[in-house]
Design a protein around this ligand. Structure first.
Ligand code: CA
Length: 487
């Protein structure tokens, strides 16, 4: 009897050890997956944050993260304005490849039934399917209709607005909306529409919009921390995008700025900084700070006529010059991302999809095409992730296109139907000295590759402004033969 009891005990003990091992293993795998927090500003200038040299706008909370992480000095987005840039971030593909080269127009019949192609699986969906608790807070701009709603595209939680922008003071936008509705106006400007929570109208938002979004992000972090699985939060502030509207108490801090637009813009950025600080505090309180990869960026360059600065980069929002699409960007993750470093090599927001999916141990959809790459192995070694490879930007204008191509130290540029130019962008950040005559073969190679890339484009599914659709047809766009000709 004793022997059998002993045998049973040994068997039971070994099973329990095995289970414990299995549990430990599962726990270990889970622990390795970080929370991912993407903080995206709207139209924030390259040098409008302390970590990139702003002197007149203090951003202490953002700077703390940037300096404890790695600052990307050559971080690009895929397009120099809002909608297509965000579409690229979510799909991991250039927006031209699925017809989203233009913003979805506001309040237009053109957008009925339109949004970012449902054939494209957003990376939020990939993370959600890998078990992440996913949230989007703020600006959407990827399709206002039910089929294209954030909750349908991989976000468990959505708080914000579906259009391309929003006014900031609730007493003002709510009153304006109600008034227009009472007048029977059928189409009301997106910027005035009520905020929503998972498809339900938020009746009485009470805070200045940036604060409102920050506080929802804090709530999200608190509730996400109670869940077993990690979270993904896409915190898409609409600041400092127009309308330029700031709180009086924030404006007071910027009396020294004489230019009214710059003063208001500065106060708006300052409000974002306060919010980032609050979100970081929540992460720390909930023990999530150490295991959260924080990525900060702007969706495109700052708009020079609306108070922003991209110095020393040339031009701004909308441009194929660096100021249009090289953005303030950093990664922060204690112990995992190098602290106090800058990363000089070109990376793209197109890289986020494969990079984050890998960190999340998520499976990519079968046959998924990507224009970016998993940069983690090279980035974490401080090495160049795409030596010799190209990063493109292409913006259609009225009957022609502006194009930029980056390869290593080179930048090829075509704007305003002028001849192609070539710059050594490492030495000439402001794109001032054209070297095309000195290095014609280098230029020809880059233009050739860009033309090859343009063959992956499809016709735009919508235009913004709508009148562009007429010009598009009249001018026989996209006119790529003309675009990629070197005179
Ligand atoms: Ca933008």
């Amino acid at each position: 009897m004793k022997f059998i009891q002993l045998l049973l005990f040994v068997i039971a003990f070994s099973i329990s050890c095995k289970n414990q091992d299995k549990n430990l293993q599962t726990a270990k795998v889970e622990d390795q997956r970080p929370n991912i927090l993407v903080i995206m500003c709207d139209d924030l200038g390259y040098s409008d944050v302390g970590f990139n040299g702003a002197k007149d706008i203090p951003t202490p909370e953002i700077d703390k993260l940037a300096f404890n992480g790695t600052i990307m000095t050559s971080g690009y987005v895929a397009h120099p304005f809002c909608g297509p840039s965000r579409a690229a971030l979510m799909t991991g593909k250039y927006p031209h490849t699925f017809g989203s080269q233009f913003n979805l127009p506001a309040n237009s019949e053109v957008t009925v039934g339109k949004g970012i192609s449902l054939k494209e699986t957003f990376f939020s969906k990939v993370l959600q399917e890998a078990g992440y608790y996913t949230g989007a807070i703020g600006k959407w701009h990827l399709g206002p209709e039910p089929d294209y709603h954030p909750n349908k595209r991989g976000f468990d939680y959505f708080y914000g607005f579906l259009g391309g922008g929003h006014n900031y003071f609730p007493e003002q936008y709510t009153a304006a909306y109600n008034e227009q509705k009472a007048q029977g106006k059928e189409v009301i400007f997106d910027y005035l529409k009520p905020l929503e929570l998972n498809g339900e109208i938020v009746e009485n938002p009470s805070e200045y919009l940036t604060d409102e979004l920050s506080h929802k992000a804090v709530e999200f972090v608190r509730s996400a921390s109670k869940k077993e699985n990690p979270f993904f939060l896409y915190l898409a502030y609409n600041a400092p995008h127009v309308p330029l509207e700031a709180k009086a108490e924030d404006l007071k801090k910027f009396d020294h700025i004489k230019d009214e637009k710059r003063r208001t813009y500065a106060a708006m950025v300052y409000a974002v900084d306060r919010g980032v600080g609050e979100v970081v505090t929540a992460l720390k309180e909930k023990g999530e700070y150490e295991n959260t990869l924080i990525v900060f960026l702007s969706d495109n360059g700052g708009k020079l006529t609306k108070g922003a600065t991209n110095f020393p980069l040339r031009e701004g929002k909308g441009s194929a010059c660096e100021g249009g699409y090289r953005v303030p960007m950093f990664f922060h993750w204690p112990g995992k991302v190098a602290s106090g470093k800058t990363f000089p090599y070109p990376i793209s927001a197109l890289d986020f999809y494969p990079t984050f999916a890998k960190l999340a141990q998520a499976e990519l959809p079968a046959g998924k095409e990507l224009d970016g790459k998993d940069i983690w192995p090279t980035f974490s070694q401080g090495q160049n992730p795409r030596k010799g490879e190209m990063i493109y930007v292409l913006r259609h204008r009225e009957g022609y296109s502006d194009v930029g191509v980056r390869q290593d130290q080179w930048k090829a540029l075509k704007t305003n139907q002028n001849n192609w130019k070539l710059y050594n962008i490492e030495e000439d950040l402001g794109e001032q000295t054209d070297l095309s005559a000195n290095y014609p073969e280098q230029l020809a190679k880059m233009v050739f590759e860009a033309e090859k890339w343009s063959k992956t484009h499809t016709e735009p599914q919508w235009f913004d402004p709508e009148e562009l659709s007429t010009i598009w047809k009249e001018k026989n766009m996209a006119q790529f033969e003309e675009t990629f000709k070197i005179e």
